[in-house]
Design a protein around this ligand. Structure first.
Ligand code: NIG
Ligand code: FE
Length: 406
């Protein structure tokens, strides 16, 4: 049977075995070879379609939703390799931060770089992600910490779309660290974020969400709440770096503000789990940072499962805690370190990652009406994405209906 209601498609992928990752599915749903008809960047039809010129034969390969990296710090300058060496000799991430290294070291280098340089520096990092099937990437600010430098970072992030076929979601993370000029005056810096940075970002529509590093070396619960209040008042969504190094209750606060996601969450307790469950906030796991900081506290995966909380998975690519531009490697780490199933890991980088960015209705699933963001893989089974690493397995990515060969 052929579709008659949609005579023209801009692109047809035929002979594709679809791994649809639709919400509510249990287990993998891998289809028999079929076709996807794409119209104006959207999936218009799935099934048998009349042969037509704009046609790509997937030759029976697997097609998943394009992978979504929902938490990165791709834009920054400078290297922190020496801090890695210090940590290997016993210094802790917190100690290095308290001595002016860590995030503030990257702030110094990033302030000195131009917007164009920041974009250029991020391209090879982005290329790493694209090689692992990424079609959407979230990029945070947070190494500028002045109005001008935060805006510069957000613009540099968005400019990545002019250089590569990818969809970028910039997030404001002005509350990442207290900058040197506000040392000892964190509350004054929060005033500055609320009075100057958030209004400008909202006005210029440079970000859709606001994130806060709620931690002893970041911002207190009260300071985090002030940022969340201001962001909400400006119509921006909420995300949190919460319960990464200790339990301050930042995830529950994020949930109370109907946050899109609480990220890291190694130290999340039952109260936090219940709060996330109530608000529908996504729990984002960042196994790269867990591994690179040699963390021993595991996120409460079984409690998250029991509470039916969607778990997303991301690289957290950044120079201090997760220098890994590889999203399928994170799937592998989530399985080995956190005990996710490969199926949960794939959900974490597709439909659940979409939800963590507020795109749950348009991205991360293969279904009519969803954006035509897809990845075509030369693999036998979807679990291979979590299993083997480091080999080129991506055949092509489709971004808003446009085919890009790997
Ligand atoms: O997600 N935790 C705070 N922010 C980053 C680390 C940033 C850095 O060390 O440069 C993270 O792990
Ligand atoms: Fe992060």
């Amino acid at each position: 049977m052929f579709s008659s209601e949609l005579p023209h498609h801009d692109l047809v992928l035929c002979n594709a075995r679809l791994v649809t990752m639709c919400e509510g599915e249990s287990g993998y749903q891998v289809s028999a070879p079929t076709s996807i008809g794409i119209v104006q960047g959207k999936i218009a039809f799935i099934g048998d379609i009349q042969p037509q010129p704009e046609r790509y034969d997937c030759q029976g390969q697997l097609v998943t939703p394009g992978l979504i990296d929902c938490h990165t710090h791709l834009i920054h300058a400078g290297s922190r390799a020496h801090e890695f060496e210090m940590r290997l000799c016993g210094a802790s991430y917190q100690t290095i931060a308290e001595q002016g290294g860590g995030i503030l070291a990257t702030v110094k280098a990033t302030r000195e770089a131009s917007e164009q340089t920041l974009t250029e520096l991020a391209l090879p990092r982005l290329d790493g992600l694209l090689r692992t099937g990424v079609t959407s990437v979230e990029v945070k600010s947070g190494y500028g910490l002045t109005l001008a430098d935060e805006l510069k970072m957000l613009r540099a992030a968005k400019a990545l779309e002019q250089h590569r076929k990818v969809r970028v979601t910039p997030t404001l993370l002005a509350a990442h660290a207290v900058p040197p000029e506000y040392q000892g005056r964190a509350d004054d810096y929060v005033d500055y974020i609320c009075q100057a940075i958030i209004p400008a970002v909202a006005e210029e529509q440079l970000a859709t969400s606001v994130d806060v590093f709620c931690e002893s070396i970041g911002f207190s619960l009260a300071q985090t709440e002030r940022v969340f209040q201001c962001a909400t008042a400006h119509g921006l969504a909420i995300k949190g770096h919460t319960e990464q190094l200790s339990n301050l209750g930042g995830s529950a606060l994020t949930a109370n503000y109907s946050g899109l996601s609480a990220d890291h969450i190694e130290y999340l307790d039952e109260t936090g789990v219940n709060a996330l469950a109530q608000s529908g906030t996504v729990a984002t796991l960042l196994p790269g940072a867990f591994y690179f900081l040699k963390e021993t506290q595991h996120p409460p995966i079984e409690s998250l499962r029991q509470a039916d909380i969607p778990m997303a998975l991301a690289t957290d690519f950044n120079p201090g805690t997760s220098p890994f531009a590889d999203l399928t490697l994170m799937m592998n780490m989530a399985c080995t370190f956190f005990g996710l199933t490969p199926q949960e890991a794939l959900r974490g980088v597709t439909c659940h990652a979409a939800k963590a960015l507020g795109y749950g209705q348009t991205r991360g699933q293969i279904a009519p009406g969803f954006d035509a963001d897809l990845a075509i893989w030369d693999i036998d089974h979807p679990a291979d994405l979590s299993y083997q690493q480091g080999m080129p397995r991506l055949t092509a990515r489709v971004v808003l209906g446009e085919l890009n060969h790997a």
